[in-house]
Design a protein around this ligand. Structure first.
Ligand SMILES: [Zn+2]
Length: 184
């Protein structure tokens, strides 16, 4: 079963009830994500699916999926690049940072304060986490702008050098004159 995602709700009760949510968020609901995405006339939505429940040990958790196709700025050619996000999430709900440290590795801790969570902000966090830090087209598919401009000729010394090289070699006649003196 699924319902529209409220702005904020009690995740413990939701986990007890085993509720699920699915739908699509508009980019304008995700301002931090919108700030890194290239604006366009028809911005893509972010689809999500969240299932609240408890595992066999009674631990409250959320499993789900977020999907989006987002336009970011390629950091190589500076043109738009479409990044498909298809992330599965597994959250462990905890009350304190100490409890978070006790969670198994496969669960990402969500520290719940005041018995409320803001699920849209959590989905946004998840997307920001999985987006590449340096978005780029595939290797070989693009090149930096202006790469072909000649720029490696700077600093070349075009004037020929005619500096005379001095010699420290002793004059051969000086040696001869020394020998001559000995033979006297
Ligand atoms: Zn590129």
């Amino acid at each position: 079963m699924s319902a529209d995602l409220p702005d904020s709700f009690d995740p413990w009760r939701t986990a007890n009830s085993g509720l699920g949510f699915s739908g699509t968020l508009a980019l304008r609901q995700l301002p931090r994500l919108a700030a890194v995405v290239i604006a366009c006339d028809d911005p893509p939505g972010v689809s999500y699916r969240l299932s609240f429940g408890r595992d066999e040990t009674g631990r409250a958790m959320v499993t789900g999926q977020v999907n989006a196709c987002l336009r970011l700025r390629c950091q190589r050619c500076l043109e738009p690049v479409e990044i498909a996000v298809d992330a599965s999430l597994q959250w462990g709900l905890v009350r304190t940072e100490q409890d978070a440290a006790q969670l198994p590795d496969e669960l990402d801790p969500i520290v719940v304060t005041d018995d409320r969570i803001d699920p849209i902000a959590l989905i946004e966090d998840e997307l920001l986490l999985v987006l590449p830090v340096v978005p780029r087209h595939d290797e070989g598919c693009c090149r930096p702008p202006g790469l072909e401009a000649p720029s490696l000729l700077l600093g070349k010394d075009s004037a020929g050098s005619n500096t005379a090289v001095g010699s420290d070699t002793p004059h051969p006649f000086a040696i001869l004159s020394g020998l001559k003196r000995h033979s006297d």
